[in-house]
Design a protein around this ligand. Structure first.
Ligand code: NAP
Length: 298
């Protein structure tokens, strides 16, 4: 049976490898990106180029978006040249960007008004997960819609249905709270050790072997104390996610004091010009408060 034709919108760090996997998985594809040159690698692999989001929707049975933030998703779906202008009833819409759960529900409600089922499906696993098709995919929506999308998701990684519309974005927000606070806790531990004269290498080694062990320490601990802050995930994206978390906390009347602190610390990163460093570089803010650097040999 012929595979459904996919319209893919947003061909950045994540979208380009994801679209490539779907194309290689046998889905005919039409692609669109705000900066037109980014469609060229996909067109070279056999995709068609769309003129705008409306055109992509008119030519697709499934539309997937992987853009930046909530306003981008509103523009892609609800704009004058948006997906909902062109999508026929029954077209499956999947937004895989990380955005506000509140906006995810708003867009899905508008889509339902046009007869289009919609899923929110943000991911974790970073650019490496996108390239290796090992993303963790957190999905919000109706179970039968999830089942229709499952074969597409399985070309990209492992999907989990988290609940109704918006639940995928909520779980992604939970993920980003935990990751930010792990980095901040690790930073404070390293700074106290350094200030007291203990080698940061010893702190990482001992904490990694006990109850304080965490994946962020496993992946980033040694690189932090080497002063290597090349991005996997940029601090300004994590700041965006902390804004989403604060908006969700307000919408659901939820008090998240540690997330509020994390928001301020990441705000300080951007103010210092560190927004394009990896999010582990939040240690630079904690270090500056105590006038110390937690590096090897100090
Ligand atoms: P990115 O490299 O900035 O890619 C986003 C793409 O969307 C850009 O190519 C951008 O076009 C395009 N775009 C934005 N608005 C558009 C519009 N209205 N119409 C058409 N195209 C539009 O970002 P990314 O790293 O791929 O991240 C995408 C999403 O995944 C974000 O929500 C991010 O938080 C999330 N995420 C990222 C990672 C990661 O490690 N990078 C991990 C997990 C989740 P331009 O070329 O014109 O800017």
């Amino acid at each position: 049976m012929a595979k459904e034709k996919i319209g893919f919108i947003g061909l950045g760090i994540m979208g380009r490898p994801m679209a490539t996997h779907l194309l290689r998985g046998g889905h005919p594809m039409v692609v669109y990106n705000r900066t037109p040159s980014k469609v060229e690698p996909l067109v070279a692999l056999g995709a068609e180029a769309g003129r705008n989001c409306t055109d992509v929707a008119e030519r697709s049975e499934v539309v997937i978006s992987m853009v930046g933030d909530s306003p981008d998703v509103e523009c892609v779906y609800l704009g004058d040249e948006g997906v909902l202008v062109g999508a026929r009833p029954g077209t499956l819409l999947i937004d895989m960007s990380t955005i506000s759960p509140v906006v995810a529900v708003k867009v899905a409600t508008a889509a339902a008004g046009n007869g289009c089922p919609m899923l929110d499906a943000p991911v974790s696993g970073g650019d490496v997960g996108a390239k290796n098709a090992t993303l963790s995919i957190m999905v919000g929506g109706e179970p039968h819609v999830f089942e229709r999308a499952r074969p597409i998701f399985e070309l990209l990684g492992t999907p989990v249905l988290c609940g109704p519309s918006g639940a995928g974005q909520t779980v992604k927000a939970c993920n980003q709270i935990q990751v930010a606070l792990n980095f901040i806790g690790m930073a404070e531990a390293l700074v106290l050790g350094a200030k007291a004269g203990v080698d940061p290498g010893i702190v990482v080694k001992v904490l990694s072997a006990g109850y304080a062990q965490s994946k962020v320490m496993d992946v980033r601990g040694t690189r932090i104390i080497q002063g290597d802050f090349e991005p996997g995930f940029r601090s300004r994206f994590h700041y965006k996610d902390l804004n989403i978390i604060r908006e969700a906390a307000r919408a659901f009347q939820c008090s998240l004091p540690a997330s509020a602190l994390a928001h301020e610390l990441f705000s300080a990163m951007l103010a210092n010009g560190w927004g394009d460093l990896d999010h582990s570089a939040v240690i630079k803010v904690i270090e500056s408060l105590s006038n110390v650097e937690a590096r090897f040999g100090e």
